[in-house]
Write a protein that binds this ligand. Structure first.
Ligand code: C2O
Ligand code: CU
Length: 481
């Protein structure tokens, strides 16, 4: 299968290479380029320290989750991806502002990587922050099978902490033999809240109060939370501790206290927290996921377990925790073009009509016949291969306000590739923090306004990060030309 000419030109121009020389300029390794080999394959992972039964997963480099990769800002990297899966695949670098041709979206930015084949990703890290990587091919199946990992780009001057930890939060659906239930892509999940696992995982290990996170009294901890689950939301709270938020989706924000009832972290989203561990030696504190009662009850995700050593210090560190901002172009709201994207469909939604394959159909019929359940601006899209024209054609450098109207009964964490946007308002009410994000939650029947500068040329995915919703039509692209 080959990329069509239009896509090829778009990809080539994004890289600044002449279309007459496909790839040749990419062949020479850049100076100081770091090579990382990433191989996707089947693997047997031990998820529960209390039982020896391994679970079959798909993983990167026979690690589950994939290796937590760490870089510095301005590092150049060469990811040599090898696909040893029984399916096509590719790797997407979630939140990294890469040239379009390196974005890892099969049929949109590159050809799918066939089983046994390889693909070279080369780019430079412009932004520091907490990011992650995962396939964008059949992601409703490949991600929950286990293909995800954290990708950290360190700040030039990170805040002083005693420990910097990454928690990749996810879940897995296991049968009583502790093997994965392979019921991916059911319309029941697609048209509702997505496919949930029955076991929550933290860094690939069973969550629960038995999962001890060892800390020492007086320590300052930086916790990077990555939600790699395909449909589950997390809302963490730390008993007896004040956690402060310093970044959303890797981008620094004015430090502020995590509310006692937590902050929802939707699929794809990240948050960086600073926790001063001011408990006493020997004490234990619950780390709770407050869930979404009554549907999803609260449970213990782990325990902050203080060691017996004497405190590192008796007062919390007073050094600053704010992150220096990355260089992201500020949208000019006065001159911004404005666009509306309407989201419809799903169970308990209006009986809407959507365009599928160029034909108008009732959403109930689409669900029954095409396995699709959602529309964006009245179109339901099949996974990448058959995508229609981009929703929007933006000029490079244009400031844009997107008004996203959620006319459905469900939450949708909406993700845009290649850019960060400011969250301006929810239901018309100004958001005082105006944080940068690459993924923003639209609550049921909510309207969310975001703004960004379309400064990264190419055709970019714009989709719900509940991966079953994306597979069920809630995806499309935005072209920057
Ligand atoms: Cu995390 Cu379009 O991806
Ligand atoms: Cu959704």
């Amino acid at each position: 299968m080959s990329i069509d000419r239009r896509r090829f030109l778009l990809a080539a121009s994004a890289l600044g290479v002449s279309s007459a020389l496909p790839g040749t300029l990419l062949a020479a390794p850049a100076r100081n380029e770091k090579r990382v080999d990433l191989t996707a394959s089947a693997f047997a992972a031990a998820l529960d320290p209390t039982t020896p039964t391994p679970t079959g997963v798909w993983s990167f480099n026979e690690q589950f989750p994939g290796p937590a990769l760490r870089f510095r800002r301005e590092d150049k990297v060469h990811f040599a991806f090898q696909n040893d899966l029984p399916q096509d695949s590719a790797v997407h670098w979630h939140g990294i502002r890469v040239p379009n041709a390196m974005d890892g979206v099969p049929h949109v930015t590159q050809d799918p990587v066939a089983p046994g084949d390889a693909f070279d990703y080369r780019f430079e890290f412009k932004d520091s922050g907490t990011f992650w990587y995962h396939p964008h091919q059949s992601s409703f199946e490949q991600v929950p099978r286990g293909l995800y990992g954290a990708l950290i780009v360190e700040e030039d001057k990170p805040p002083v902490v005693d420990r910097d930890e990454v928690w990749v939060l996810s879940d897995i659906k296991l049968d009583d033999q502790r093997q994965q239930v392979e019921d991916f892509g059911r319309i029941l999940d697609i048209a509702n809240e997505g496919r949930l696992g029955n076991q929550v995982l933290v860094n690939g290990q069973f969550a629960g109060s038995g999962r001890k996170v060892a800390v020492r009294a007086g320590e300052r901890l930086r916790l990077r939370l990555v939600n790699a689950a395909s449909a589950r939301f997390f809302r963490l709270a730390f008993e007896g501790h004040q956690a402060r938020v310093i970044a959303y989706d890797g981008q620094g924000t004015t430090p502020h206290t995590l509310p006692a009832d937590g902050l929802p972290l939707g699929p794809g989203m990240r948050v960086d927290l600073i926790i001063d561990c001011m408990g006493k030696p020997g004490q234990n504190f619950a780390i709770r996921d407050l869930g979404r009662p009554p549907l999803a009850p609260a449970y213990d995700l782990g325990t902050l377990a203080y060691g017996d050593e004497r405190p590192v210090r008796n007062k919390p560190l007073s050094s600053p925790i704010a992150l220096a901002p990355n260089r992201i172009a500020e949208p000019n709201l006065g001159k911004a073009s404005q666009h509306v994207i309407m989201f419809q469909g799903g169970m308990r939604g209006q009986p809407v009509i959507g365009m599928v394959d160029g034909k108008p159909s009732r959403i109930q019929d689409i669900m029954a016949k095409q396995g699709l359940a959602w529309t964006m601006n009245y179109h339901a899209q099949h996974e990448h291969a058959l995508m229609h024209e981009p929703f929007l054609h933006l000029k490079k450098g244009e400031s844009v306000i997107l008004r996203m109207i959620n006319d459905t009964a469900f939450d949708h964490p909406m993700h845009l590739h290649g850019h960060f946007f400011r969250v301006l308002a929810v239901n018309g009410k100004a958001n005082p923090r105006r944080e940068w994000r690459d993924t923003a939650i639209m609550g049921p029947r909510q309207t969310v306004d975001v703004a960004f500068v379309a400064d990264n040329p190419g055709e970019w995915m714009y989709h719900c990060h509940i991966l079953d919703h994306a597979a069920g039509g809630m995806m499309g692209t935005i072209a920057v030309e």
